[in-house]
Design a protein around this ligand. Structure first.
Ligand SMILES: C[S@@+](CC[C@H](N)C(=O)[O-])C[C@H]1O[C@@H](n2cnc3c(N)ncnc32)[C@H](O)[C@@H]1O
Length: 316
């Protein structure tokens, strides 16, 4: 049943990249996006000496993961947190440094498939979209309370939506008449506001939904804080793998890894001194994609971009 609801993306490649760091006595890894524990289950099975600290902000996902990982309960610590609280998660797991970190970003199939969570534009539900339903404003609150300019900005920045000004205006007009509190109502408003000539394949509300989800969950800010903390927590030889599903997240990952893998030698220095060598080396050339075969089997793997790095020396 659990296998049917989530197939971990790029699983073999993730295991292969993490193996040199995790397949040894005393190794501790952080799964920063535990979800339903698909990757975690495979890691704990492949590396029988591994201890894993799993983080997720979604209590429903944690409930499923706890059950799925019961076979290795003595090697797992699960922490309900936003993943930028890596330090707290490490303390909860009794660790200081780790040998591996995995980020499998974005929403889970559990969140997308449960209509009542309000993530999917294809199903009618209250406009919620909170990954952690115990805290923070819902998408309905944002749609009701943000100014037209704020709505336009998030649609532009987080949805990369060309029709952002038009959609923001229509939302403000529509909410003056009646509250917009369901996904279907928002889809209708966006659909009506989309000129026939601007129609592209797929649902025109897709980018607006992505933007609202990112805003509701503070996804990009959390990632910007979490990545440096995760890299700092890696011991020498430790490895990080990040799976991103949209360009905004992938850009943050790409930039952070580029900064950490660049030499700090001043320009013009004829030889690189050891202290100028970068702390990390890239394990992937550019971003790796899922195979055609995996995309055919699992459409959720289609947009994935995988990047990985290894700590090669201590921070100065
Ligand atoms: C794609 S799913 C992970 C699936 C998991 N790898 C598996 O195989 O089952 C992403 C998970 O990350 C969680 N998540 C996303 N952003 C988060 C954040 N900032 N802090 C903590 N968890 C987050 C979501 O709640 C979701 O459960």
């Amino acid at each position: 049943m659990i296998d049917a609801i989530h197939t971990p993306v790029m699983l073999e490649r993730t295991l292969e990249l993490l193996a040199p760091a995790l397949d040894r006595e005393g190794a501790v890894a952080i799964d920063a996006t535990l979800g339903m524990g698909g990757h975690a289950e495979a890691l704990l099975t492949a590396f029988p000496r591994l201890r894993l600290i799993g983080i997720d902000r979604d209590v429903d996902a944690i409930g499923i993961a706890r059950e799925r990982l019961a076979f290795a309960a003595d090697r797992v610590t699960i922490v309900h947190a936003v993943y930028d609280e890596i330090a707290r998660a490490l303390a909860a797991g009794g660790a200081v440094r780790v040998a591996g970190v995995l980020f499998d970003l974005g929403v889970s199939s559990l969140q997308l498939d449960r209509a009542e969570r309000g993530f999917a534009y294809a199903q009618d539900a209250p406009l919620d979209m909170r990954m952690d339903r115990s805290t923070g404003p819902t998408a309905a609150t944002i749609v009701a309370e943000y100014s037209e300019a704020e709505l336009r900005r998030i649609f532009q920045e987080y949805g990369e939506e060309k029709l952002a000004p038009r959609y923001a205006r229509r939302i403000v007009e529509a909410r003056a008449l009646a509250p917009i509190d369901t996904s279907l109502r928002l889809v209708e408003i966006i659909g009506d506001a989309t000129p026939a000539a601007a129609r592209r394949p797929g649902n025109p509300a897709k980018r607006v939904f992505q933007a609202l989800r990112i805003e509701v969950n503070g996804e990009l800010e959390a990632l910007r804080r979490a990545l440096p903390a995760a890299l700092d927590a890696l011991e020498v030889g430790g490895r990080i793998v990040v799976l991103a599903y949209q360009s905004l997240e992938d850009r943050i990952v790409k930039r952070e890894l580029a900064a950490r893998t660049a030499s700090t030698a001043p320009r013009g220095l004829p030889v690189e001194l050891p202290e100028h060598r970068p702390e990390f080396r890239l394990l992937t050339r550019g971003a790796e994609l899922a195979s055609d075969d995996e995309r055919a089997r699992n459409p959720r793997a289609t947009p994935v971009r995988l990047r990985a790095a290894e700590r090669s020396k201590e921070a100065a």
